[in-house]
Ligand binder design. Structure first.
Ligand SMILES: NC(=O)c1ccc[n+]([C@@H]2O[C@H](COP(=O)([O-])OP(=O)(O)OC[C@H]3O[C@@H](n4cnc5c(N)ncnc54)[C@H](OP(=O)(O)O)[C@@H]3O)[C@@H](O)[C@H]2O)c1
Length: 428
């Protein structure tokens, strides 16, 4: 028997307009497959005069967000407006009225996801958010459902297309950050104000969301250690490349198997060219999941853009509609505030580049600092000669605090011209 489910959509921008078009194009196929006919009943926007090319009648649109969620004809609410307020209150109210909600809003989930999950659970309806992390890539549902019985060790993702585009161009063209950012802005891959992307805020929000789901933990954006890509230089990338690595901005959530402390962090990292994440180029996203029994999994695809994101939203809407008609809803589980590992207490291998004076005894002073701080060296080499000599080290697994102490100690040496930064290395 065919049943109708009517949608109220908050926001009709990039994702919202693509979503409305997909629903209209695919409603009959979806009805044939699921027995549910979806229709767009109401859409809320800020500016009624803006052309959206959705084919919907003008009477469907409103500037009154609350009117949309309260309309008794609306069965399922689809939140595609973004931002924390007023989205938070509207979603809680919609759930309270027994209306399932689908959202793509990572900023909101990373701020108050656990509160919203609780509201959905109390109301006994769905709150689904596949599109909030890595856009069109189906990754949250596998984590939430297929991998429910799997103790996850680490989730590691390239979840920001803008920074991956910039780092790919820097790697493949040897270009500097500034020049590539301008090109990315011209091509529409980066915003006029790129801060949210290049400083890692967007990736940190996504990291908080996937860490919550992967580890049943209450993680917010503020819990995530964050470094962006603005200090990555063409020279760092060239060294990495020569040593068999590419530099990627990674969002990492990792549980210590003994203490169960959670490390959540976003930072540039050197990934061996043999690792599956190394081949993720341009604006593509990928998430690499490591579990106890399942081993390694990788989810790859378009992490943003109106259509891919709308596709993930539509999948959630169909699930929510089917569940609504069956009187059931997806289980989100419990979310406990974990103990977080401070970045100083994390362990990694590190690449360090040091510009030093070309004189005898330099290497002895440097290795003395490493030894004093208990950091052992995996590889050491000199790049260039004379005035342009640089020493390049990769450490063995070391504690971050000890490596940072080495950098402070190097700066005190009189043979040091410039103590370059360091890049964490993801082990082979
Ligand atoms: N774009 C992507 O590739 C992508 C990928 C994954 C997730 N997302 C998430 O999807 C959501 C939507 O992103 P988007 O790129 O589609 O944003 P967008 O293009 O800026 O669209 C936002 C829409 O919401 C409406 N809106 C915002 N505030 C409103 C208010 N107070 N009252 C009424 N309407 C309001 C806007 O109305 P007007 O059109 O009248 O201004 C617009 O239609 C965000 O949470 C974003 O993080 C986006």
């Amino acid at each position: 028997m065919n049943q109708s489910v009517r949608l109220g959509v908050l926001g009709c921008g990039n994702v919202g307009s693509a979503f409305v078009k997909l629903v209209n194009e695919r409603a009959s196929t979806i009805a044939a497959r699921t027995g549910i006919t979806l229709s767009i009943e109401r859409v809320a926007v800020r500016d009624l005069a803006r052309a959206r090319g959705t084919g919907l009648d003008d009477s469907v649109f409103s500037t009154n967000l609350r009117e949309v969620i309260e309309d008794p004809r609306v069965d399922v609410v689809v939140e595609l407006m973004g931002g924390v307020d007023p989205a938070r209150e509207l979603i809680i109210d919609a759930l309270g009225k027994g209306k399932p909600v689908v959202t793509a809003n990572k900023a909101l989930l990373a701020e108050c996801g656990v509160e919203l999950f609780g509201a959905a659970d109390s109301a006994g309806v769905d709150l689904l958010f596949e599109a909030a992390v890595a856009g069109g890539i189906p990754f949250i549902r596998p984590l939430r459902e297929s991998l429910r019985g799997e103790p996850i060790r680490r989730v590691m993702g390239i979840v920001n297309g803008t920074t991956n585009f910039i780092l790919t161009k820097m790697t493949e063209e040897g270009a500097d950050y500034g020049a590539v950012l301008s090109e990315a802005q011209r091509l529409g891959y980066a915003e006029a104000d790129p801060t949210a992307d290049v400083e890692g805020f967007d990736a940190a929000a996504k990291c908080a969301v996937f860490a919550s789901i992967a580890f049943g933990a209450n993680v917010t954006s503020g819990d995530v250690y964050r470094e962006g890509i603005t200090s990555v230089t063409a020279a760092d990338i060239a060294v990495a490349k020569r040593l068999g690595y590419v530099v990627k901005l990674l969002a990492i959530a990792e549980s210590d198997p003994l203490t169960h402390e959670l490390s959540v962090r976003v930072h540039p990292a050197m990934v061996p060219t043999t690792h599956p994440l190394a081949s993720v180029r341009e604006a593509y996203n990928a998430v690499f999941v490591e579990g106890d029994a399942v081993g390694s999994l990788m989810f790859y695809g378009r992490g943003a853009g109106g259509e891919p994101t709308a596709s993930a939203v539509l999948g959630d809407v169909i699930d929510a509609a089917v569940n609504l008609k069956k009187g059931t809803h997806a289980m989100l589980g419990t979310f406990v505030k974990p103990k977080f590992t401070r970045i100083d207490d994390t362990k990694s291998e590190y690449l360090l580049t040091l510009e030093v004076l070309d004189q005898p005894g330099v290497l002895h002073s440097i290795t003395g600092v490493f030894a004093k701080n208990g950091v052992s060296i995996r590889t050491a080499e000199q790049e260039g000669i004379g005035e342009n000599a640089r020493l390049v080290f990769i450490t063995h697994l070391a504690q971050e605090a000890a490596v940072r102490k080495c950098l402070r100690d190097f700066a005190e040496l009189n043979v040091m011209k410039r103590s370059g930064g360091f890049i964490r290395v993801i082990g082979k």
